[in-house]
Design a protein around this ligand. Structure first.
Ligand code: FAD
Length: 472
């Protein structure tokens, strides 16, 4: 049991990361107050329309492990019951004018990602929190100020999130604040005034727009459900993840100028016909596509790095508030949930010295969060371009075979370590670099041998063509 039972931990933001942090604090006996800007998303009466829309995402090992480490029986099962396994990518291409679909499994041992609705996960976490006597919720409370030295926070309280009238202000005393208030974190903004925080943000040149692909006329999935479907087109990409109601949630990623050109020309249908074979009209009708393209927002993607994440013993930021990342590695939420596990593991190590724990947390987590942030930025290329290349497939195949048949050597793909293990992200990158240099050495040696033998064959028999054939 945590020694500071009388201490008040306040959580800012009841998204997936804040809700999990509240659970970790609650099972350790903290008095937990959760403050959330928006209404309770479980209450259909008070949900504003735009908040009812949710993204579906890929939950993987780090997220699942962090849920399991709460020690709450049933939590993982409750979450996984609402997921659909995705065993691999399904690549949709047009080859010589013919529409092809090629599956690429994620893992030689059959491991899979779990597609799920972010709001569904959030609701399950809130339900579990609700049943704990030492947890209170304060919805419609917007954090507007923090003094981390005096441990005071100020909130604006609204009756509705869209209330045009400025809400009334309240002051709250706390012992420990966990800021999980997302990419545009108010906690981070105030933390910066108390700690010399390095901060970097970047909007990448891709916007995203979501589409709903309904079940087919027979009520069934319109595509094989156990895949993350990808239409890779280099500068743009269309993906689709399955939902439990047999629909798919799809996302178009495209450059800002690409969206502007489509807006100006109105040629969305042509664009989809040319770039994304098999989408219209089999998955979505022309009218629906046009309507959804126009109605659904075209949203930016932000990547944030900062450090440190804490001040003294009074506050820390987690999840997107600390390291919002682009979605191309499917790790944003998984990494945020892992933050919670790592933070509480370290706090458990120093039960009487939270300042020491928070310092260690910042030092340990910074290189890991920054690594996955960079990997996520780079992974767009893998999803939108590399998956089509024979060399990428050859390398993937080779690495998977090494992993499968030489398990003692400890070989694994970077993707597999990021997605299906709990190895620190910085360690994953270190091992990936080491493996790459070994593989490059082996490939280089093989090529040199082949070239060398080609040279001697050519000299001996004048068969220059052999050498050229090998090199091509
Ligand atoms: P949020 O979910 O942003 O929650 C923050 C909460 O804080 C919100 O409820 C907000 O209302 C509240 N809040 C904000 N300001 C205040 C304030 N001033 N006072 C009080 N409350 C406040 N991640 C994955 O792991 N896998 C994926 O496949 C994946 N796919 C994605 C696809 C897309 C298109 C996008 C955009 C993201 C994806 N992500 C994915 C990332 C994932 O959605 C985020 O990393 C995750 O939601 C972050 O959770 P969070 O709790 O830190 O922040």
């Amino acid at each position: 049991m945590y020694p500071s039972m009388a201490e008040k931990t306040i959580i800012i933001g009841a998204g997936p990361v804040g809700s999990l942090a509240a659970l970790y604090a609650a099972v350790r006996g903290h008095h937990v107050d959760v403050y959330e800007l928006r209404p309770d998303l479980r209450d259909p009466e008070t949900i504003p329309l735009n908040f009812a829309k949710s993204i579906n995402l890929a939950l993987s090992e780090r997220g699942i492990n962090s849920l399991a480490q709460t020690g709450l029986p049933n939590l993982v099962d409750a979450v996984l019951n609402e997921t659909i396994p995705m065993h691999g990518r399904m690549i949709h291409l047009s080859k010589n004018g013919e529409y092809t679909r090629e599956p690429q499994l994620y893992d030689a041992r059959g491991k899979s990602l779990s597609a799920m609705d972010r709001t569904g996960l959030n609701k399950t976490l809130l339900d579990h929190l609700e049943s704990m006597p030492n947890v209170n919720f304060f919805f419609h409370h917007k954090l507007i100020g923090v003094d981390f030295k005096k441990r005071l926070a100020w909130f604006e309280r609204h009756h509705h999130t869209d209330d045009p009238v400025r809400g009334f202000e309240i002051e709250v005393k706390f012992d420990f604040m966990i800021g999980a208030d997302g990419a545009h974190s108010a906690v981070r903004y105030h933390l910066m005034k108390f700690t010399p925080m390095s901060y970097q943000q970047e909007y990448i040149d891709k916007l995203w727009c979501q589409f709903h692909i309904p079940p087919g006329p027979d009520g069934e999935f319109r595509l094989p459900p156990n895949y993350l479907h990808i239409w890779p087109q280099d500068e743009s990409m269309f993906i689709a993840l399955p939902n439990q109601d047999k629909s798919f949630t799809a996302t178009l990623f495209l450059t800002r100028s690409g969206f502007e050109q489509l807006d100006a020309s109105g040629q969305v249908i042509d664009y989809f016909s040319n770039k994304f074979p098999g989408v219209i009209p089999s998955l979505i009708t022309h009218d629906e596509l046009r309507k959804q393209y126009t109605t659904n927002q075209h949203l930016p993607l932000i990547s944030i790095k900062c450090t440190p994440y804490h001040f003294g013993s009074s506050g820390v930021i987690l999840g997107d508030a600390a390291h919002a990342m682009v979605p191309f590695y499917g790790q944003g939420m998984n990494a945020g949930l892992e933050d919670v596990r790592v933070l509480f593991d370290i706090m458990d190590k120093y039960p009487n010295d939270r300042a020491k724990a928070l310092k260690e947390y910042s030092e340990q987590r910074t290189p890991d969060a920054q690594t996955i942030n960079d990997l996520a930025l780079r992974n767009y290329r893998e999803m939108a371009t590399d998956v089509k290349k024979p060399l990428y497939l050859l390398r993937k195949w080779l690495e998977e075979k090494l992993d499968l048949y030489l398990p003692n050597v400890g070989w694994a793909t970077q993707y597999s370590r990021v997605t299906f293990s709990n190895m620190r992200y910085s360690e994953v990158q270190y091992r990936a670099h080491r493996q790459a240099s070994i593989l490059n050495g082996v490939v280089g040696l093989t090529l040199a041998t082949l070239v060398g033998s080609g040279f001697w064959i050519a000299r001996a028999g004048g068969l220059q063509k052999v050498k050229m054939g090998i090199l091509r």
